[in-house]
Design a protein around this ligand. Structure first.
Ligand SMILES: Cc1cc2nc3c(=O)[nH]c(=O)nc-3n(C[C@H](O)[C@H](O)[C@H](O)COP(=O)(O)OP(=O)(O)OC[C@H]3O[C@@H](n4cnc5c(N)ncnc54)[C@H](O)[C@@H]3O)c2cc1C
Length: 453
């Protein structure tokens, strides 16, 4: 019997650096229970290491690499950052948010901060970073994936604002990646970061944002396809200050679907904001509407409520659409009206998102206007089949962070051949042994289609 089989806990702890002794937690410890599951994933790691600083992260990565067990880097725990019988390095205590240079709007944010916390610190300085629609999501996972937020059409993706990153590499060294040193690593961090290292802190160029007009418009949607197409047309025609997300769920029984649009008009021009909201309210019969003219920070709050895999069991497919054509709208509406999908989300990703070239970051999709998510708690096979036959023909590319798919097809939808080829090359340089392979294994072998690119 091997040592790991005879006493797995003792084997796992052997060689643990002294600096981590009080920070390594096993099942039964409070700190372990707080970080073993994520928002959507049930986990059973052998060890959770709660890092206090970058030095702990370095020691923990070296230790995990030596153990050759699955390694998950957890920042906010809203993604897939857990595993079975491996190690979770929890960065939740690295939560500093600091304004480095107000004139250049340069801010340093540690990976374990939550976006709601970031908004609260930046708000009083009339600064903001577009992140997502949920203040408890962590900085680390979102700012290494892409980051589609409520200022997306004005500011671009969250990664578009990353200017530098402090990264612990697979051998435990801590390096800085910016446009002068390791620019190739910075390129990879901005879209596929989880596969290249553990980012301990980012430098971002924030935007100047003070008061915004926001609205939440709930529609009754007997003509759901018409609403989806009308909403999308309105978004595309709106100025860049306007970003909107649309959340749809089936109505009870055979009744009409419910849809709610979140609208942000990022300007303190109250009259323009009112005109924007009234255009969204004209799209379909409205059952409820709330609005305000408030600091952007009021839209995002963080609770740091513990994760108990509350969304476990959900299947979520995700893709990107150039436009919501009548055909795409009909297919998406059919998925909701048939109750095949219990959730449909559309997020705007046009405007400033499309100012960058496809090869500027590892997130390559710079022409599409919408991100789509369809999700279900129900039988997986039914949603899988409906997605593949009804929706995939309309999508072009995908943003992995919003879905649960991590198979080869999803990887290739997310990273077009030239991007994937470059990622494979960088993976061989920065993580040849696959220490950071757990969330998104990037195949090392260059296949014919990536070589052709
Ligand atoms: C309720 C909810 C709302 C969401 N809304 C949005 C939205 O509006 N827009 C949007 O873009 N996304 C959204 N997301 C998706 C979100 O971008 C991902 O789930 C993201 O991974 C969460 O980041 P996290 O740090 O909380 O996750 P974690 O679970 O901590 O990390 C997820 C993965 O990211 C990588 N990672 C995490 N931290 C680091 C780090 N420090 N260094 C390197 N890699 C790291 C790892 O691969 C890790 O497995 C939402 C998710 C949820 C659950």
């Amino acid at each position: 019997m091997s040592p790991i089989e005879s006493d797995p806990d003792a084997w796992m702890m052997r060689g643990l650096p002294a600096q981590l002794a009080a920070k390594a937690h096993v099942a039964g410890d409070v700190r372990y229970e707080q970080a073993c599951h994520t928002y959507a994933t049930v986990g059973a790691p052998a060890l959770v290491i709660a890092a206090d600083d970058a030095s702990d992260v370095r020691a923990a990565v070296r230790f995990a690499a030596d153990r050759r067990v699955p390694l998950s880097i957890r920042s906010g725990g809203h993604g897939p950052s857990t595993n079975a019988r491996g190690i979770v390095i929890d960065l939740g205590r690295l939560r500093g948010v600091e304004i480095l240079d107000h004139s250049r709007r340069l801010v340093r944010i540690e990976a374990g901060a939550r976006w709601g916390e970031v908004a609260q610190v930046l708000g009083p300085h009339a600064l903001a970073l577009s992140s997502g629609d949920y203040g408890d999501v962590g900085v680390g996972g979102l700012a290494t994936g892409a980051g589609v937020g409520l200022l997306a059409r004005l500011q671009g993706l969250t990664i578009d604002r990353v200017r530098a990153a402090d990264v612990v590499l697979a051998d435990g060294t801590l390096v800085r990646a910016d446009d002068r040193q390791r620019a190739d690593l910075l390129w990879a961090i901005r879209g596929a970061g989880g596969s290249f290292g553990a980012v301990t802190a980012f430098e971002f160029e924030a935007g100047s944002v003070g008061t915004v007009t926001w609205g939440s418009v709930t529609y009754r949607a007997p003509d759901l396809a018409g609403l989806l197409a009308g909403w999308a047309t309105l978004v595309e025609r709106s100025p860049r200050e306007v970003t909107s997300f649309l959340y749809v769920s089936p109505g009870p029984g055979a009744s009409a679907a419910q849809a709610r649009a979140t609208v942000v008009h990022a300007s303190d021009d109250a009259a323009a904001g009112r005109a924007t909201l009234s255009a969204f309210a004209d799209l379909a019969p409205v059952s409820e509407q709330r609005s305000g003219l408030d600091p952007y920070a009021t839209l995002l709050t963080a609770s740091r409520a513990p994760h108990r895999a509350q969304a476990a069991g959900i299947t979520a497919h995700t893709g990107l659409l150039d436009h919501v054509t009548d055909e795409a709208a009909a297919a998406l509406a059919g998925l909701v009206n048939s109750h095949t999908a219990s959730v449909l989300q559309l997020r705007s990703v046009g405007g400033a998102v499309n100012d960058l070239a496809p090869d500027a970051t590892a997130y390559a999709h710079r022409q599409q206007n919408f991100s789509v998510v369809v999700a279900s708690h129900g039988p997986r096979s039914e949603l899988d089949a409906a997605w593949a036959s009804g929706i995939v023909p309309h999508v072009r590319g995908s943003y992995l962070n919003l879905g649960t798919d991590r198979d080869d097809a999803a990887l290739r939808r997310a990273y077009p051949p030239p991007t994937l080829a470059r990622l494979q090359q960088l993976k061989r340089r920065y993580d040849p042994a696959g220490v950071f392979d757990h969330s998104l294994p990037i195949p090392r072998t260059v296949t014919a289609d990536t070589r052709a690119a």
